[in-house]
Design a binder for this molecule. Sequence first.
Ligand SMILES: C[S@@+](CC[C@H](N)C(=O)[O-])C[C@H]1O[C@@H](n2cnc3c(N)ncnc32)[C@H](O)[C@@H]1O
Length: 426
Amino acid sequence: MNLRALAAKVIFQVLEKGVSLSVALPEQQQKLCSGKDKALLAELSYGVMRHLPQLDKLVSDCMNKPMKGKQRIVHQLLLIGCYQLYFTRIPSHAAISETAEACRQLKFEGLVKVVNGVLRNLQRNQAPLPTDNETLAFNTPAWIIKRLQAAYPETWQQVIEQSHQRPPMWLRNNQLSQTREQYLAQLTSLEIPATEGSSANAILLDSPKDVAMLPGFADGAASVQDGAAQWAATLLAPAANDLILDACAAPGGKTCHLLETENSIDLVAVDFDVKRLERVQQNLDRLSLNAKVVHGDAANIDSWWQGEKFDRILLDAPCSATGVIRRHPDIKWLRKQADIEELATLQSQILDHCWQWLKPGGTLLYATCSILPQENAEQISAFLARTKDATLIPIAQQPNSDDVGWQITPGQDNMDGFYYARLIKG
Ligand SMILES: C[S@@+](CC[C@H](N)C(=O)[O-])C[C@H]1O[C@@H](n2cnc3c(N)ncnc32)[C@H](O)[C@@H]1O
């Protein structure tokens, strides 16, 4: 099937069915053979998600009446057509004819003329990208803009701009296989330019690569993990023979990193989501690591754990993921304002419950990939206020020692937006 038709299916799944891009895209990519076509399908799908309000306005302004019901997929095809005209170097005649052909393949024969007409109009008019309101100007929902303005009065525009950049590819060197220097040397010998990141085993590639090209990847020599996420293991600092709970573990990036950091630990990796939990085991297998993988609720540990309390707990809580919009631009459209309150409540329940399972003197590291204070500093301040035996230990990297936790904003040192708070039970 024509690549634009597949892209329309991806966008339809995300916008009309609420499926995440990371699920919808691979489903369609597997129908293509060439790597180049797969990359173009991703480019079109990600591009539309990044620029949705502007594309929507440009297309809607060229139409007499909106497409409804099943025809919505043709509207989404028009967004893809518009994206090609405005944001890619694809020659316009090819963009228009391929997109019209996609309309035919999607079995909307009767709308091929409309698609042709709208795209020709867009090409002829060359209207500037609309910026009439903040949603259009920043390609971001108004509620997210408002919250970022309140949280980052000086830098909110930069935060949004960074959330629209193409993210870099980070690797985590597996220190059980080789030193970071040795792995960097292997990358250099394959002419894959890369530099050291700030945490112990982080490596930043100059440009993204297919993992199949990376030395020893299949055998576990390295993993793909953002630089911000790699701070978790350093900050939790597992000690020899510790009993550790990874309370929201799937897909297991931090689980594996903890084991690579200190192989003698006893690690219990739990997650609520069975499907995602399978990926924890796959990651452990690829890296030849062992953990006790449990399907369970981190807010009800008693129901699945009869062992002793934990020396350390990593709570990488479910969150809005507003810090990783540059990697998952569909988050802007799938998340709703009301989700934030619900997530904050869930986070506080899991946090309170995990705290009961921490040994006196133990460390709990709270983490999110959110940039909203309600899920981060405000969440931890409220926890400290209601929890007598909790002490916040400042993190060396946080800009001010009296900040409540370390808030990383997207693009800071090339990292994703992330939050860490380190708590000691005392
Ligand atoms: C941010 S992700 C964790 C990412 C993971 N730590 C990593 O580094 O790969 C949050 C996870 O929390 C899980 N989750 C949500 N509610 C949960 C609950 N009540 N108990 C256990 N896991 C839960 C979700 O299924 C999701 O996999």
